[in-house]
Design a protein around this ligand. Structure first.
Ligand SMILES: [Zn+2]
Length: 151
């Protein structure tokens, strides 16, 4: 991980597209190896975090508008190897597990009181409960770290 004084560009802003909307994600390395990251979208303002930030912290640039290798390179210098980027990976995994568990339960939800079906449903509901709890914990840690970067 480069130190703050070694970073050639700091902060870096990347524009992302989401449906018809455009948002700007800005990342800046601040003291103590912390990253201050923000997004102009409504979710970020309301929830304190958003998927755009998570995607970019996981170094996925699919949503970036007018892709610029140079800017992405500087963005990586800022976020790579930081605790915030590690937590974003954890949130990303937890989100995927939660989505899979949710879909699994939805697919089997149809009516009927057949014992096998009920047992299968109970197992899927347990999967979903665990995934939701894991996601809750991962998001809490991520948001705490985001707040530390803004302090
Ligand atoms: Zn956002």
């Amino acid at each position: 991980m480069l130190t703050r004084s070694e970073l050639p560009e700091n902060p870096v802003a990347l524009q992302v597209a989401d449906g018809g909307d455009r948002h700007v994600v800005t990342a800046e390395r601040v003291r103590g190896g912390q990253v201050r990251i923000g997004c102009t979208c409504r979710t970020s303002a309301a929830e304190g975090w958003c998927g755009h930030q998570v995607q970019l912290l996981c170094l996925r640039y699919d949503a970036v508008v007018e892709r610029d290798g140079e800017a992405e390179f500087h963005f990586e210098d800022i976020v790579m190897g930081t605790p915030l980027a590690d937590l974003a990976d954890e949130v990303d995994l937890a989100l995927a597990e939660y989505d899979a568990a949710h879909k699994g339960l939805e697919a089997k939800r149809s009516a009927g009181f057949d014992p096998d079906r009920l047992r299968r449903l109970a197992a899927l509901a347990t999967d979903l409960a665990q995934a939701a709890s894991h996601l809750d914990g991962a998001l809490a840690r991520f948001k705490k770290r985001l707040a530390a970067g803004r302090a």
